[in-house]
Design a protein around this ligand. Structure first.
Ligand SMILES: C[S@@+](CC[C@H](N)C(=O)[O-])C[C@H]1O[C@@H](n2cnc3c(N)ncnc32)[C@H](O)[C@@H]1O
Length: 237
């Protein structure tokens, strides 16, 4: 089991854990995490690779993703700081996501990520994804409310087929943790329990926040760690 104390105490700025989100979430002390900004499996059977060699994104089968959400959401809510805001990406194809989130958090809205690139589809070719804004308690009102349609170009998907753009994640972080409310002596701690190649981590570093990322797949985790080191300008990869 990873030792999370150095990160939780602020002694180190980030930590990457190759392992199971549920195991790591259950180690987090209650009321300790400033913001979850996460993109968990959607339950749509996402695959990667070529037609000859396909591998599935872990946990992305319909039933297994739902079971995963049912288990991780209450753990995240328990670990979240009182009066805090969180973002969870999702899809209309799995309508149970909103129900599961609403059982542990208060859902305050849903932002739509619009991309210039068209996805694949027989009837409609999607150009958007969604992210739920979930509150624990009552975080202070923002100085100015943001619009709920966010435009950002999709990144190259060779590193990870579900990779989210860093500018989009920075916008989510700034909304959850407005810069003017942060304590410069204690940078906020952001957690992504389904980190993929750590795009949330790169956004957290660029926002001057601490970060904990958990990823089951060793290859993604290695790539993610390298991206984090590069984002911090750390040469010791
Ligand atoms: C939608 S992707 C996240 C992509 C990420 N936003 C990025 O930009 O790279 C979800 C990730 O969760 C990982 N995953 C699935 N089940 C997991 C579990 N139980 N614990 C940790 N990671 C898990 C998958 O391997 C996958 O990389």
């Amino acid at each position: 089991m990873p030792d999370l104390l150095p990160l939780l105490s602020g002694a180190i700025p980030w930590q990457a854990v190759r392992g199971d989100a549920l195991a790591v979430l259950s180690l987090l002390p209650p009321d300790s995490i400033d913001a979850f900004v996460s993109d968990p499996p959607y339950g749509i059977g996402m695959e990667l690779g070529t037609a000859k060699r396909r591998t599935r994104i872990r946990g992305d089968g319909k039933a297994e993703a739902r079971r995963l959400w049912e288990r991780f959401v209450p753990l995240a809510a328990r670990a979240a700081r009182p009066d805090s805001a969180h973002w969870f990406f999702g899809t209309w194809k799995s309508p149970w996501m909103a129900e599961i989130l609403a059982a542990s958090f208060t859902l305050k809205g849903c932002a739509v990520w619009v991309k210039p690139q068209w996805g694949l589809g027989f009837y409609l070719r999607p150009r958007w994804e969604l992210a739920y804004l979930a509150h624990k308690g009552r975080p202070p009102l923002p100085a100015k409310a943001d619009c709920d349609v966010w435009e950002a170009a999709r990144d190259n998907l060779t590193l990870h087929p579900c990779r989210k753009p860093v500018p989009l994640l920075r916008r989510a972080i700034r909304m959850a943790l407005p810069v003017e409310r942060r304590d410069p002596a204690r940078p906020p701690l952001i957690v992504d329990p389904f980190a993929g190649v750590f795009s949330t981590g790169v956004a957290a570093v660029e926002e001057g926040c601490r970060f904990l990322g958990v990823e089951l797949d060793a290859r993604f985790c290695r790539t993610g760690e390298a991206r984090l080191r590069a984002a911090r300008g750390d040469q010791t990869t």
